[in-house]
Design a protein around this ligand. Structure first.
Ligand SMILES: Nc1ncnc2c1ncn2[C@@H]1O[C@H](COP(=O)(O)OP(=O)(O)O)[C@@H](O)[C@H]1O
Ligand SMILES: [Mg+2]
Length: 310
């Protein structure tokens, strides 16, 4: 059984369609990434799946329960960490854990063992008496995750858990999520950082309420960028971008920091041939080329390609 099954799910606010007839599924035990820019409809979808708001049309099942008719069952089977995770700043670490354990109805024996587990997984055993409000954002997130799964739900929804966290804490939070899903829990996680897709088993990319890409990171790379990609370091990236974009050898060019990535259209015989031709194109346009070489596409390349070709 899939952990989450979504069919034509739609949410309108007045005339505005925030989530536009999306369909996808999430397998049991996977880390599923729900990606998209701010405003693309991630939180609205999560709210529908957690039974917080009703869909305008379409349906979905979470842990086998219908989100419209079995809302209470859905709520019992899930954990939810909202975008503004809901710790109590003026309670200690331990008091927060006890509070959430109480909400989820754990008996005192269970609460004791789960409290130890949360303290351990969040790395806060030594700081159990500290006020939650005084923890770094990274530790707050680990504690919030622990509190949202204290009742051992089958599926946990994490809405932008890595927002506002430095890259090192971000990575360690993803490691934590991956370890945690190894225990069999399904993790449904949203982010607007496209590079975080690399940490997911499978992803869906949302753009303006619609799904524009779906698959494992590897599948997405193989299916989207079929003819190879070049890294180009040129003197004038903006003019180089213009020239590359207009070349029929290039499917899509994008600026990456001070250089460019160009996915190839496959019109020439090989990547090497395209590389030579594009170097000539740039130099004859008066643009110095410091380096031009094949590069493996990142998921960011894939998404730029997908969204720009839309
Ligand atoms: N309660 C609401 N009323 C009206 N518009 C809303 C409401 N909630 C969200 N929206 C709009 O729906 C779109 C999607 O929002 P949201 O799901 O929060 O996006 P994300 O989480 O991907 O940033 C946005 O344009 C947002 O302004
Ligand atoms: Mg959101």
């Amino acid at each position: 059984m899939n952990s989450v099954e979504v069919n034509g799910l739609t949410k309108k606010f007045g005339k505005f369609t925030a989530v536009d007839s999306i369909s996808f599924h999430v397998e049991k035990g996977e880390v599923f990434g729900f990606l998209g820019a701010n405003g693309s409809g991630k939180s609205t979808t999560i709210r529908m799946l957690c039974g917080i708001i009703a869909p305008t049309s379409g349906d979905a099942k979470v842990s086998g329960y219908d989100i419209k008719n079995e809302t209470e069952k859905v709520k019992e089977s899930i954990g939810y960490m909202s975008q503004k995770f809901s710790l109590y700043a003026d309670l200690t670490v331990e008091e927060n854990i006890e509070f959430f354990g109480g909400i989820y109805g754990l008996d005192s024996g269970k609460l004791r063992s789960r409290k130890d587990w949360v303290l351990e997984m969040s790395g806060l055993a030594e700081r159990r008496k500290s006020l939650a409000g005084q923890l770094s954002v990274g530790f707050k997130q680990r504690l919030a995750l622990g509190c949202s799964v204290i009742h051992e739900p089958a599926v946990v929804f994490l809405d932008e858990p890595t927002g506002g966290v430095d890259p090192v804490s971000r990575r360690s939070f993803w490691n934590l999520i991956n370890d945690y899903s190894g225990g069999g829990t399904t993790v449904f996680v949203t982010t607007h950082n496209l590079d975080e897709a690399e940490f997911c088993n499978r992803i869906v990319l949302l753009d303006a309420g619609k799904i524009v890409a779906e698959g494992s990171p590897m599948e997405l790379k193989e299916n989207t960028i079929r003819n190879g990609m070049l890294f180009i370091d040129a003197d004038d990236v903006y003019r180089a971008y213009e020239l590359l974009s207009n070349s029929d050898l290039v499917q899509n060019a994008s600026i990456f920091g001070s250089a460019l990535h160009a996915s190839l259209s496959g019109k020439s015989q090989s990547v090497a041939e395209s590389s030579d031709a594009l170097r000539k194109l740039l130099t004859s346009g008066g643009i110095g080329v410091k380096s031009i070489r094949p590069v493996l596409p990142s998921l960011e390349d894939v998404f730029l390609e997908t969204i720009e070709n839309d």
